[in-house]
Each structure stands twice: as structure tokens, then as C-alpha cells.
Design a protein around this ligand. Structure first.
Ligand code: ZN
Length: 252
């Protein structure tokens, strides 16, 4: 099933679900107790929002060998994790704003895991019980600042640097999904999720050995090779085959 957050005109955001191009409201909270109301609002009459308001945004660096290599890095022995602030989240279709502090802002197409059930020290084998579903993300990065700062809070943390959505698919099969990124029509990234160094189960186990995972937390699982610059006026599209398309314009 596909769950969304949506807005009609300037009404308050609501949780919903999608069936055959129509949106229905979700009564309650889709992480806990809910009832689905009839899907009868056409998709083009609603504005889809980032599908959750995450408490934590945990990201994994260098989880595809080809991408580690293109930036001159080794693949880590254990997952390399970092955080983005919730204030960096934008909705599908919202603009990524290029900050004046950076001359090199880049896209990173990624599969995103949405946590649905609280847990600490989750095993890789039981990770699926804690995962609500999957969505599409773009881990926007100021590459020049990432290099000069050493640690990545500033480079990854600007407002608008975390587009994700447009929905959470609870049944999506992540075993061999094609991830692509196009910038203003030009292909940039293409890889399969099977090329990940650390599997989603391993990542959930590793991260939850450090911090409690809560419903609504999201995990960016790393980007494949082909990252590159974004400039004013671009349109960046991340697609995961069978899951959907995340599209965002880029502005100064
Ligand atoms: Zn990333």
C-alpha cells in the first residue's frame, strides 16, 4: 500500500493513502491505529507533502563501492553514518535552494527506509518488522563544504537539502530496484539496490545499536556513482523503478 501526507488548497495537512490515482484520507495515524476512508480525491487535486515529518534523518555514506571510488574514498569496514536536521526537509516539487556559501551543490539519489516500530538493538533478521516502508530521497550535498569542513553537518544540513517522497510504499521489494537520477533531462546516476555494500537489514541493526529508532525516523541508504553539480534552473529527478519519481526544481 502507498501512504502519503497531502494538502488540499491551504487546509491542514492530512495523512492519506493512494488507490488507482485517487487519494483517500487515513483516519488516525498510519504508524499505529488507523482506518482508511474511501479513496475518491483525484491525485491532481491534492498537493503531496513529504510523507512523514521525521524525528531523525540518518544517512549512510559510501554504501556503493563505485561512488566511494569516484570521490577517492575506500569503502568503510562498517557503515559510515551521519545526520541531517529535520529542518532540511522539503516536499516533492519544492525548490532546492543553492546556498551562497557553496559553489558545488550536488544530487545524491537514494532509497529511503521509513521506520514504523520503535526499537533498539534490532537484529538484521528482524529489521523488516521495524520498517514501515520505503520511499525516494535526494541527499543534497554541498560537496566543497563537505571536503573543507571534515565533518558533514553544514554540507548536508542546509534548509531544502532533504527532498523525499512522494509516498511510502509498504510492500516495495528492495532486492534489485533500479535507482536513477536525471538532471534537466541528462542521465547522471544509475545503479541497482543490489550493489549496496551494507544491506538495509545490516544498516538498521548497526544504527539501532547506537540510537533508538522511532516511528517516522528515516534512513537514507547511500548513493551510487554519478553524483554531480546542480545549477540554478535545473530540475532534478530521482526515480526508483517500481516505486516512483521524486522531482524538484533547483533555484539560487
Ligand atoms: Zn548520501
Amino acid at each position: 500500500m502507498r501512504f502519503v501526507r497531502f494538502q488540499i488548497k491551504d487546509q491542514a495537512p492530512r495523512q492519506g493513502w493512494i488507490l488507482e490515482g485517487k487519494v483517500g484520507e487515513v483516519d488516525g495515524d498510519f504508524f499505529t491505529e488507523y482506518r482508511r476512508l474511501k479513496a475518491e480525491i483525484p491525485l491532481d487535486e491534492v498537493r503531496l507533502l513529504a510523507p512523514v515529518l521525521p524525528g531523525k534523518i540518518i544517512c549512510v555514506g559510501r554504501n556503493y563501492a563505485d561512488h566511494a571510488k569516484e570521490l577517492g574514498n575506500e569503502v568503510s569496514k562498517v557503515p559510515l553514518i551521519f545526520l541531517k536536521p529535520p529542518s532540511s526537509v522539503i516536499n516533492p516539487g519544492d525548490s532546492v535552494i543553492l546556498p551562497p556559501q557553496s559553489q558545488q551543490v550536488e544530487h545524491e539519489a537514494e532509497l529511503v527506509v521509513v521506520i514504523g516500530k520503535r526499537g533498539r538493538n534490532i537484529t538484521a533478521e528482524s529489521a523488516r518488522e521495524h520498517i514501515f516502508g520505503y520511499t525516494i530521497g535526494n541527499d543534497i550535498t554541498a560537496r566543497d563544504l563537505q571536503k573543507t569542513d571534515g565533518q558533514w553537518t553544514r554540507a548536508k544540513g542546509f534548509d531544502t537539502f532533504c527532498p523525499f517522497g512522494p509516498w511510502i510504499d509498504t510492500d516495495f521489494d528492495i532486492a534489485d530496484a533500479l535507482i536513477t537520477c536525471r538532471v534537466s533531462g541528462q542521465p547522471r546516476q544509475m545503479a541497482s539496490t543490489r550493489d549496496m555494500v551494507f544491506s538495509v537489514g545490516t544498516l538498521v541493526a548497526y544504527i539501532s545499536s547506537v540510537m533508538t529508532l522511532e516511528p517516522g525516523d528515516i534512513i537514507f541508504t547511500g548513493t551510487p556513482a554519478g553524483v554531480g553539480p546542480l545549477t540554478d534552473g535545473d530540475e532534478v529527478i530521482v526515480e526508483i523503478e517500481g516505486l516512483g519519481i521524486l522531482k524538484n526544481p533547483v533555484r539560487k
